[in-house]
Design a protein. Structure first.
Length: 211
């Protein structure tokens, strides 16, 4: 009963997020893919709306159509900055030592992962799944390159056999939409229909978010 984590600010969640999450849930050998809104992050936009509203939009955006997609609220329960190492440590403790855990990142995040808090310890608690991002590539030299090369694995079946320790690369569908574009369009009074589920559009309008 493996678990995958897909984190983000989700300010707001959009169809690009949901497409990636759906493809990851289909690709990975997991029973559950948890979309994980961040709480107080060292890099979070200080203008982000309250975490509970971001989580509500995530809930209604996911809906009931794909039971594999769920929400992990662990980072919203913290009153201190959220670091990935703390999150995977706590989730590993809850899952037990033998359940495979996948932390899903974009190539842009991997390229700077060596600036994260205790980044070299991440693979002690989980596998890392990296999706391609336009304009970003894995490093070709240095300590981070060596770390990636040491732990890279192209065989998903081997990731199923271990609870943690591998890095897996994949290509997913990248839609031309972002939370920033949505916020800018709302501020300008433009339509955001088809960029995020209608339920999220209605929530944004009802609560006058991003105006």
């Amino acid at each position: 009963m493996a678990v995958a984590l897909f984190g983000g600010t989700f300010n707001p969640v959009h169809n690009g997020h949901l497409r990636i999450a759906t493809e990851l849930a289909e690709l990975l050998p997991v029973s559950e893919l948890r979309m994980m809104p961040c709480g107080i992050s060292p890099d979070i936009d200080k203008k982000a709306i309250p975490a509970q509203q971001r989580m509500k939009m995530l809930q209604i955006g996911i809906g009931d159509e794909n039971p594999t997609l769920t929400i992990e609220a662990i980072e919203l329960q913290r009153t201190t900055p959220s670091y990935s190492i703390d999150t995977v440590t706590l989730i590993r403790k809850n899952l037990g030592p033998s359940v495979p855990l996948f932390l899903c990142l974009g190539m842009d995040a991997l390229a700077s992962i060596n600036s994260w808090n205790r980044w070299e310890q991440l693979l002690d608690f989980c596998h890392i799944v990296v999706s391609s991002r336009p304009g970003f590539s894995a490093p070709k030299k240095g300590l981070l390159f060596e770390w990636i090369n040491q732990h890279s694995c192209a065989d998903l079946s081997k990731l199923e056999e271990r609870p943690a320790g591998h890095i897996y690369f994949c290509d997913l569908t990248m839609l031309a939409v972002s939370s920033t574009i949505i916020r800018d369009k709302v501020k300008c009074g433009d339509s955001i229909r088809y960029m995020t589920p209608d339920s999220v559009v209605n929530y944004i309008q009802q609560h006058r978010l991003y105006e």
